[in-house]
Design a protein around this ligand. Structure first.
Ligand SMILES: [Zn+2]
Length: 58
């Protein structure tokens, strides 16, 4: 469980509830860092994420 509130890498939204975000948000690892995507963005960008596209387009 994250100690700090995750921040969406796409829209910049800050998770109001880190415990809930740990369940509903998508978590990835990039260059050794955790990258979070909120529930809404993860749905919108699901295809891109699953395609393992480089995140430079963010
Ligand atoms: Zn988002």
């Amino acid at each position: 469980m994250p100690k700090v509130a995750p921040v969406c890498a796409i829209c910049g939204k800050v998770a109001a509830d880190p415990a809930l975000a740990a369940i509903t948000w998508a978590r990835g690892t990039e260059n050794g860092r955790d990258v979070w995507t909120c529930d809404r963005c993860s749905r919108e960008h699901l295809r891109s994420i699953e395609g393992k596209l480089d995140s430079a387009w963010w």
